[in-house]
Write a protein that binds this ligand. Sequence first.
Ligand SMILES: [Zn+2]
Ligand SMILES: [Zn+2]
Length: 251
Amino acid sequence: MPSIWNGFDTNPHTLPDACVVCAGGVGGNFLRLPCKHGGPESYPLHVECMIRSLVPVERGTPQQAPRCPVCRGGIDTETLTEVADYIRQDKLVTFPSEDGIAISQPLCQTPEQKASFLSLITTAHEAIHGGELEPSDQETSPAYYDHLSQIAEELINSINNSIEEHNYTLEEIDQKMLEIQDLDAHLLERSGRIALLDHVGWAIAGGDFGEIYDRLVSLRTQLERSREQLTEEREQKQREAEEQDHAHHFA
Ligand SMILES: [Zn+2]
Ligand SMILES: [Zn+2]
């Protein structure tokens, strides 16, 4: 489950409490930590406030494993790779304005800011036991990314075809939603790691991690489109079922 959430998009729409670190900004993007702090219901924490909390307390002291600013619970590598992906992608942050209209802006205003955030995440990642940033054999194999692309493309094509023919049952739509969710979570973890590996200067035989990163992000964008289509298809199917019910009722 993605840990980053937007203060403006909560459903039902209630603005979260102030951020536990900066005590401000009910808008913006927040991060739910493994201990559940930082979520909408418990001590919201801005993504950038978490990243800034990763700076060692005293210059020159060894980096400590990253911890929750509320309970000192550990932050895991999955959470950090998700944040790395978010920073690398220059995701827009949506803020509510006075008149209730959303305004969006990037989190990092300059490339230097972005690099500095990625460096903080890298150091914190490496301070976690087992979090050394070294690519696995799989991660340096171009065939592995071809395989991932193939899986994603097959899923996207099969969804496209069935939506065109309008032949999914509601159960099948839910099943496809779950498949998208699993694959998306897997791609997110991969792309977050690649963002960090690329940042620390690793490369892949016959290519670079930057290209691989863009490819995975493009697959995730296509999966998101399939998810939206499935949502529309489900709404239409439900409307049709209700209309039929209604027709029966008056027959
Ligand atoms: Zn904050
Ligand atoms: Zn906590």
